[in-house]
Design a protein around this ligand. Structure first.
Ligand code: HEC
Ligand code: HEC
Ligand code: HEC
Ligand code: HEC
Length: 193
């Protein structure tokens, strides 16, 4: 008798074999619906207008203030440098690489503040950012590289010599070329303009 009662109690509390699956399925469906609603709520209005990005971003990007300009824009006011820079091997090098962005200097076409000018040993560091032999990824044909202090030892000078004592920064081969000419020595290499 006792045994039968026990069995009945057990039955009362017994759930069907699939209830846990139903619960999980319900939770998944509810969170799915919530996620879709949240997505609509959080996504910017113009999302997906033209592609998988915010459509308004095109307008935002268009309105970003231009900080950099071309060398031509510098030449408008720096005429003497134009003559030197354009005639030399640094013609293709951006003024801004060495002096900083236009926007720090000029606003609405007007001079507002000085641009930094590197002096003394800072110049050496500046030149070597492009011309250092250590930069192995740089093909020699595109930019000539030198190793320091070997470059100066080759020229038989004091190791403390700075680049701009022999190379004019805005036309690096100008003085070198002139001294070769003065000594009546033919320069090796093609591009020594
Ligand atoms: C609207 C005219 C104008 C334009 C464009 C202009 N500059 Fe200048 N810049 C000046 C003036 C004026 C000075 C002189 C400031 C002084 O003597 O104090 C100057 C001075 C400089 C100096 C020297 C700062 C110093 O400490 O001696 C540098 C370097 C310079 N400009 C670089 C540039 C570069 C690079 C550009 C292009 C990105 C440029 N400038 C475009 C007007 C201009
Ligand atoms: C390779 C780096 C480099 C480039 C490119 C360059 N400059 Fe310079 N510039 C210098 C350095 C370094 C000095 C300081 C020269 C010195 O002290 O001998 C200088 C000096 C100047 C000065 C001030 C002169 C002085 O001594 O106060 C002006 C103005 C100037 N540059 C404008 C320009 C303009 C405009 C361009 C682009 C056409 C340009 N620079 C490109 C490195 C550069
Ligand atoms: C932003 C990179 C850059 C910086 C900084 C720079 N140069 Fe140049 N340099 C160049 C490029 C590019 C050329 C031209 C290479 C070409 O046309 O084959 C060049 C050419 C030269 C040449 C001629 C090499 C040859 O025989 O063809 C010399 C010398 C030189 N630079 C010296 C200097 C000095 C000195 C400084 C520092 C005042 C300096 N460079 C800073 C990029 C740079
Ligand atoms: C004592 C003078 C002197 C100093 C200082 C000097 N150079 Fe030179 N450099 C020369 C001469 C001269 C040449 C031309 C070499 C030739 O063709 O015979 C030259 C050539 C170069 C070349 C072209 C190399 C090639 O393979 O054609 C580069 C790049 C160069 N120098 C960069 C620099 C840099 C960067 C500094 C500073 C760290 C510097 N130089 C300091 C005298 C000097």
């Amino acid at each position: 008798m006792k045994k039968q009662e026990e069995v009945q109690v057990e039955k009362k509390y017994k759930s069907a074999a699939y209830t846990h699956v139903v619960k999980i399925a319900l939770i998944l469906i509810i969170s799915g619906v919530l996620a879709v609603m949240a997505r609509d709520f959080f996504l910017p209005e113009t999302m997906g207008e033209f592609g998988h990005y915010r459509g308004d971003d095109i307008i935002d990007q268009k309105n970003v203030e231009l900080r950099s300009h071309t060398n031509e824009s510098c030449y408008e006011c720096h005429r003497p440098i134009r003559l030197i820079h354009k005639a030399g091997v640094h013609e293709t090098v951006s003024c801004e690489f060495c002096h900083g962005p236009y926007a720090d200097h000029i606003t609405d076409g007007k001079y507002v503040a000085k641009l930094p000018v590197k002096r003394d040993m800072e110049i050496k560091a500046l030149c070597l950012r492009c011309h250092n032999k250590i930069i192995r990824a740089r093909p020699e044909e595109s930019i000539k590289v030198v190793a320091m202090p070997q470059h100066l030892e080759q020229k038989k000078v004091n190791v403390d010599h700075n680049c701009n004592q022999c190379h004019m920064v805005h036309d690096p081969m100008l003085w070198v070329k002139a001294s070769y000419e003065m000594m009546g020595v033919e320069m090796k290499g093609e591009k020594k303009r």
